[in-house]
Ligand binder design. Sequence first.
Ligand SMILES: C[S@@+](CC[C@H](N)C(=O)[O-])C[C@H]1O[C@@H](n2cnc3c(N)ncnc32)[C@H](O)[C@@H]1O
Length: 414
Amino acid sequence: MIQEQEHTVTLVINQSIEMGEFGIQEAIQLFELFGLPYQELFKQYFPIHQFPKKYEITSQTLGNYPFVDVQLRDLDLIHKVLNRSILLHDILYTLSRGNTLEELAQNLLPQALQYVQNPNLSCKCDIITSYFKISQERRVELIEQVFGEKGFKSQNTINLTDPDILYYVIITKDQKYIAGCTLTKKKKRREKNFARNYELPNRIYLGPVSLAHDLAFLMANQAIVQENDFVFDPFAGTGSSLVACSHFGAICFGSEIDGNLMKGHCIGYLNKKSTYLKDPNFKQVKPFIHLNFNQYNLPIPNLIQADVHLPNFNPRIDSFFDAIICDPPYGIRASIQQEGNEQDLQANRTAIYRRMFEVARRVLRKGGRLVYLYPLFKGMEKKVEKEEGFELIDFREQKMVEKRSRLLVTMQKL
Ligand SMILES: C[S@@+](CC[C@H](N)C(=O)[O-])C[C@H]1O[C@@H](n2cnc3c(N)ncnc32)[C@H](O)[C@@H]1O
C-alpha cells in the first residue's frame, strides 16, 4: 500500500497582547473544520496516551510558539484554513531547518530544489522573528546569506510586488532557523484578509459596545459556522457577531432588549467616518441595524426586540439553531459601576449567564456550539464552571485594560 507523504509546515500565529492565545484556539478549530482532528495536528507535541484537552494546549506547551510545526498529508488544507483564519499570519511549507545559518543551507530538503532552483519562478524573501527586533540592514544581510552563493543559491528572479513564491526565514526565540515558503500569488493572499473589509472603524452603524470585527470572526470560527447554518445572538446589539456569521453564509437571527439600539435612536449612531456614507448604494433607511448588513451586501437577519429573561422568550422551535454566539451584557449598569457595588454586579451577571444556558439548552441542536464572552474582574479565577448538558470545548483569556480580562468560551451541546 502506498503511504501518502507527510509534509512539515509551520503555522505562524499572530502574536498580540490583545489576542492572547486565541490563535491556538482558532487553528485547532479550523483544522478540525476541514477534517484534521487536533490530536493529529499536534501529534508530535504530546504522547497519545496523555493527550491534553484543547484548552490545555497553550503557548507554553507548544515549544517555539508563535511558530508551530505540524505535519500535513493534504497541503490543500493550508489554503482552506488560511482563507477563514483571522489570527494565522501564514502557514509555511518547510524547506529547511538548522541551528545555524550554515546548517540551514546544508539541510535544504530535496523537494525544495524545485522552487529554489527554478529560474522561471519569481520570489520575494523576508525574515520573521517574534521575540526580538532586527534592523533593516541585518535583515538584508541575512537574506543574502541564506539565499545567496553561500546559502540556497536561489535561481529565482526577484519580484517584490507580486512574486510566485514568498520565502521566509524564521528566527525562533532560541535563535534557531527555519526556512519556509508560501506558494500563493499576492492577489490570492489578499483574499485572506477578508476580515479587514469589516473593520469596526469603517462600520456604518455603531453602538456603545459594538463587538470588534476580528473577535466576531474568531467567535464564528469557534462555532464552526458554515453556509446555511442557523445562528442566533440573543444579545444582538448592533449585530457585529451576526455580520461575521452572515459572511460565512449563515442564516442569522438576533434578539435585543433595547429597541432604541436596533432602531438607531439614542445610543446607536451613524459612523461619520464610514466610507459607506459615500457609497451610491447608501440609503439611510431605518431600522439602523440593517445598515450594517446592507454595507456588506449581506442578507438582513431575522431580528426581534425581546428580553431573554421573559418566561415565554422563544426565538424559534426547540433544537433549531446550529450555533449561538453572543457577548452578554456584563451586568454593569453605569450607576452600579460608579458605586462599585460588586454584589449587584455579580448577581446580575450570574442571572444573565444562567438564562443564556437555559435558552441554549432548549434552542440549540445536539452538537451545536455555544460561543460566548465572559468578563473577569480583579481577583476572579480564570476558570469555567461545568454546565449540565454541555461539554467545554475550549476557553482562552483576552487581557483588557486595567487588570480586566475576558474569556472566550466554546461549549458544545451534548
Ligand atoms: C455587550 S452588548 C452586545 C453588543 C453586540 N455584540 C454588538 O456588537 O453591538 C450586550 C447587549 O445585550 C443587550 N441586553 C441586555 N439585557 C438583555 C436582555 N435581558 N435581553 C436581550 N438583550 C439584552 C444590551 O442592550 C446590549 O445591547
